[in-house]
Design a protein around this ligand. Structure first.
Ligand SMILES: Nc1ncnc2c1ncn2[C@@H]1O[C@H](COP(=O)(O)OP(=O)(O)OP(=O)(O)O)[C@@H](O)[C@H]1O
Ligand SMILES: [Mg+2]
Length: 293
């Protein structure tokens, strides 16, 4: 399968992370530089679950770019690089205070918005069974032509999925044309409501006319498709952090579905894969194996 989207490192800092300005030195209890980006965490999860996985991303010619290349390589993902045009690789700094009352994320988009529809050639699509696109609202140029890309994919017999993730601008510009060419839409509950303007998830999902697999944090997942619906619980695990849980969820769903399992079973795999990923810091360290699922 082919994942198209964001690839960057996450710098995860723990401890006394609430900054006080004026040359105050504060001591941390932990710092990890790990593979981040919704696209690359999804790709790593798919490879770990046994799918032959490539990732198309723009990555810069710098130290953060080298982290992305080596981390994806170690996880068995083939990185296909789009032009980075001298732009630095993106980075997210994730501040995780002791006591765990939510986190703050500082993101440099860097190369993330550089992908263009033309980067996804028919030649590339002709070499895969499925294309998944991540973090659409961070990539406006890609979003503009994605409906056409997915239409080309379908003509070549390639299936499509989309996880928009949150829109930092909160404009939620219409993605109706893209969703009309999307086989599986994988939002979380807040994103589903924001995108549709509907008051409740079921109404929202039914208004879209495609298969919707919705992540719902510790409540697990719900899904609606033509002729059915289901819900699945995650697992009760000792949560270290939830970074990338949604992306590992995507990987669980896609691995099951492309492996020929039913939607219901794929949603169960997804919810369990999401939960298991929360057992360690960062997005990929505790991703599920086929044996786990
Ligand atoms: N606290 C938790 N305990 C157990 N499982 C969890 C927890 N949080 C998330 N999960 C699992 O991970 C899945 C995806 O998580 P979540 O709903 O947070 O996705 P998300 O909002 O898209 O996250 P992100 O985009 O930040 O990775 C859930 O459906 C659930 O199965
Ligand atoms: Mg998400």
């Amino acid at each position: 399968m082919l994942v198209v989207g964001d690839a960057n490192p996450d710098l995860v800092l723990r401890g006394d992370v609430r900054p006080r300005f004026g040359q105050v030195e504060q001591l941390l209890t932990g710092a990890d530089l790990v593979l981040g980006g919704s696209g690359s965490i999804t790709a790593a999860g798919c490879a770990r679950l046994g799918l032959r996985t490539a990732m198309l991303a723009a990555v810069g010619d710098d130290v953060f770019g080298r982290v992305v290349r080596s981390e994806l390589g170690e996880r068995g993902v083939t990185l296909l690089e789009a032009e980075s045009r001298g732009t630095p690789t993106g980075l997210s700094v994730i501040l995780t205070p002791d006591g765990g009352e939510g986190r703050a994320i500082l993101t440099l988009p860097g190369t993330i918005p550089l992908l263009r529809p033309a980067d996804i050639s028919d030649d590339l699509l002709g070499r895969t069974r499925h294309v998944h696109v991540s973090s659409l609202y961070l990539q406006p140029e890609l979003a503009d032509g994605l409906a056409g890309v997915f239409e080309r994919a379908h003509k070549l017999g390639v299936t499509t999925s989309l996880d928009t993730n949150w829109d930092p601008s909160e404009q939620w510009s219409s993605i109706a044309e893209i969703l009309a060419q999307t086989d599986v839409f994988l939002p979380n509950a807040a994103e589903l409501l924001a995108i549709t303007g509907a008051p409740a998830p079921e109404e929202a999902a039914r208004s879209l006319g495609t298969t919707v697999v919705m992540k719902d944090g510790e409540r697990g997942a719900r899904a609606w498709w033509d002729g059915g619906e289901c819900a699945a619980a995650g697992l009760a695990v000792e949560v270290v952090d939830t970074i990338g849980a949604g992306d590992s969820f995507n990987a669980g769903f896609l691995a099951a579905r492309l492996g020929g399992r039913s939607i219901e079973e794929s949603v169960r795999w997804a919810a369990v894969a999401g939960s298991l990923s929360t057992r360690a810091a960062g997005g990929t360290a505790a991703q599920a194996t086929p044996a786990d699922l």
